[in-house]
Structures are given as structure tokens and as C-alpha cells.
Design a protein around this ligand. Sequence first.
Ligand code: CA
Length: 304
Amino acid sequence: MLRKYLLWRLGAVALMLVLAGGLAQAQSEMDEVWQPLVESLVQDGFDAQATSELFASQGVEFDPGVMGRKMKLLYEREFDPPRDEPEPEEPRQRLTIYDIHLTAEKIADIIVFKWEHKDLLAQIEEDYGVEGDVIVAILVVETKLGEYLGEQTALVSLASMAVSDNFSQVQDYLSEYSPTQEQADWIEDRQRGRSEWAYNELKELLLYTQENSMDPVTMPGSVYGAIGLCQFLPTNARALGIDGDQDGTVDLFNPIDAAHSVANFLKDAGWTPDLDRESKIRVLRRYNNDEFYARTILSIARRI
Ligand SMILES: [Ca+2]
């Protein structure tokens, strides 16, 4: 009896060692920069094993440039330091929206897209009161109708920002300016705000991918963590995303779900069919808070 018990104990210990070894291995492969992030996520209710494995996955590598480049821009805007590069002699001609978005090739894609989805766009107009051409214009400007979905993954962008709350992590990106201590503190303050924002979006991204059985490791995203044809931030993907084709998942990489989701976002932001142009611009600025962006969307919608 005792021998049997001892054998069982030995077996249990061996099993625990194997499990611990597996976990240790997953952790040893994970870049240690992720460790505090994984601990926070586990504290916030995410599964320890799955989260460690996620951050040990191939391709999930810390990119200091996401925060570094952003902070360089903020620094230049705030302190306007003298630049190395000379000012261009003649101001470069600004490309018009039509040069950028309405090339002959793109117009052909738009015609095909509108023809393929004419029933969908009519249905959306009826359900949400948002013109189909406005939806198409947004998908064109955001991702060229899904052709350009971002250079890295939303997971790496958001996680990298979430762990970049210390000035030393972005210092290299500001080396040409030698910031003062006071300026460094100002930057670190901005980093903390952005890092907290990114952590919340990261949690929403993980929930969004879990709820819709998607893989965050391979999901492309913008440098700020926006995803899908409509470039929603994960918070909006969960709050306002729509399962337009009713297959049980909200897949913003699917044009039908993405188109419904854009319409739902605009309706939620106050869009109605009878809005005047200035009110439409106000609503569009909820989508992307940029006057030029909003006017571009309306001009393209009118032309397609
Ligand atoms: Ca769907």
C-alpha cells in the first residue's frame, strides 16, 4: 500500500516537474520585457499559461520604435528643436486626395466592390441610415478596401506601447536633440498616459480575438493597434462591431462585417440621412478626429 502511495507521489511529482518545465520553457523563450505585462494581464483575469505562451510566440517581439517614434513627434511639436535637415527650398506640392485615393486602378476596384456589394450597401442604408458611398469611401481611405491592413500586428503595437512607460526606452529616438531633464520628464509623462491607453486596448484586443476565435499573433494592425478593413481600435471592435453576415463572429477583416460595423459606428455617433454637410463632418471626426480626413471622406463619397 505504502509502495503504491509512494509511486503515486513520485508520479505526481514527476508530472508537476514536467508541467513546471513546460511553463518555465515558455517563459524562458519569452522576452523578459513582456514579464510585467503578462503579470498584469494575469492579475486582470487572463489565463497565465495561455498568456505566457502568447508572448513567447514567434513574431511577438518588443518594438521600442512604436513609442519611440511617437514621442519624437510629440517632442518636436512641443519644443520645436532646431533640425539637422535643411528646409526644402520650395514647398512640396501637397498631393490632392484624388491623387492618393482615386487613381485609375483604385477607381476600378471601387466599381467592382460597389457592384459586388450593391445589395449589402442598399441594406445598410436602410438599416442604419448611412449612405453606402460613405461606407465605401471610409474603407477606401482606411485600407484601400482591405489591400493595406497595417505593417505589423496590433498585438505587437499595443503590447510594445504598454511596456514603454520609461524614458530610457525611447531615449535613442531623441538622441539628436539631447533633451533636458525637464523635457525628459515631460516625455515620460506622455509615455505613461499612452502606455495605460495601450494596455486597455491590448486587453480589449485579447478579448475580441478570444470571443471571435481569431489569432492575435498573426492579425495585422496599424502602428496604433487599429484592425480590419475599417481600422477600428479594439475597444470599438467590441463595443460597435457587427456580425453582418451572421456567421457567429464579428470579423472586421470580412467586408460585410466591416461595412456593417462602420455604419453602426456612424449611427451611434449621431449620423442620420438628413444631416447637413457640416454635421456630417462633425460625426466623421468621431471616426477620425481630423478635419481634412472628414472632408476627404465626403468628397470621395460624392465622386464614386
Ligand atoms: Ca461575421
